[in-house]
Design a protein around this ligand. Structure first.
Ligand code: GLU
Length: 285
């Protein structure tokens, strides 16, 4: 059985834009006969109590999910196994660069803007030995391409940058790009519905999935909710959480999608993934 998913980071309450994305993910999964799973992405930015509040809000809005909630913090063994497999194939290298050094480095010829310039890619063993004593190494992917194309229901065929991105940070934490790929593959997630702020990460993730022997999922990157200044919706914008919106959240989400119903299940007949609005949702509390 294949699945769709919603993968919140428990860093605070979900706002109405996050809830809308969750409703869309649920609709896409349920309408296509997939299972729907919740994965808590708690590798960093965790706020105490936030996970339970998020789950309560998802249930309160009428979403249900299959199987137990999965937490990334319980899954280190899978990330370690993926790193071991990539490392064994010579696809990892240590990187000692600081953010500043990366910004200051001349970019490699033909490298797309923002791509890692490759400073540590071809160091000799004595050079590595010397740099290891300066700071703990991150692990980067030794990528053999600089672009990869994914298929997105709303964005079509999308080609984006793939560079030697970090898979394990210098502090030992697993990078989001590794965790998400390992989890999606292992949880048999073949449809990823999430905010379009992550569209530019999809080519890296799909490329990594292919290196790990997984078929990249199909994507549905949905527009975000923005405030009137067209910035990401945040707490300071006023009443934006389920509790603050006091019973109005689901109705507002339906309205923004041009759908009507009292529960997510009531939207299933009418919902059409191809007709998700392509523009950001400007939310005025
Ligand atoms: N945890 C990420 C977030 O809350 C979403 C990651 C994903 O859906 O791939 O922004």
């Amino acid at each position: 059985m294949t699945s769709g998913r919603f993968a919140p980071s428990p860093s605070g309450d979900l706002h109405i834009g996050n809830l809308r994305t969750a409703v869309l993910a649920w609709l896409c999964a349920r309408q296509s006969g997939r299972e729907f799973v919740i994965r808590v992405e708690d590798l960093d930015r965790v706020k105490a109590g936030s996970e339970q509040r998020q789950l309560d809000d998802l249930a309160a809005i009428g979403l249900d999910w299959d199987g137990p909630v999965v937490r990334q913090s319980d899954r280190a063994r899978y990330y370690d196994a993926a790193l071991a497999s990539l490392g064994g194939r010579g696809l990892l290298y240590e990187c000692y660069c600081t953010r500043r050094e990366i910004l200051d480095a001349p970019s490699a010829p033909h490298a797309p803007p923002g791509a890692y310039p490759g400073t540590c890619r071809d160091l000799s063993e004595p050079e590595r030995e010397q740099r290891r004593s300066t700071r703990p190494a991150a692990l980067r992917l030794r990528s053999d391409t600089d672009t990869f194309t994914v298929t997105d229901v709303l964005h079509g065929s999308f080609a984006g940058v793939v560079d030697d991105f970090v898979l394990r940070r210098g502090d030992g934490a697993v990078a989001y790009n590794l965790a998400v790929v390992v989890d999606d593959a292992q949880q048999q997630i073949d449809q990823v519905v999430r905010g379009d702020d992550l569209l530019s990460s999809a080519p890296r993730q799909a490329y990594l999935a292919s290196l790990l022997g997984a078929v990249p999922p199909s994507y549905v990157h949905v527009p975000l909710a923005l405030n009137v200044d067209r910035q990401r919706l945040a707490k300071r914008d006023g009443a934006v959480t389920l509790r603050e919106l006091d019973g109005r959240a689901f109705g507002l989400i339906c309205e923004s999608l041009g759908l009507s119903g009292r529960t997510p299940r009531e939207l299933l007949d009418e919902f059409d993934v191809g007709r998700i609005p392509r523009e950001p949702w400007i939310f005025v509390p």
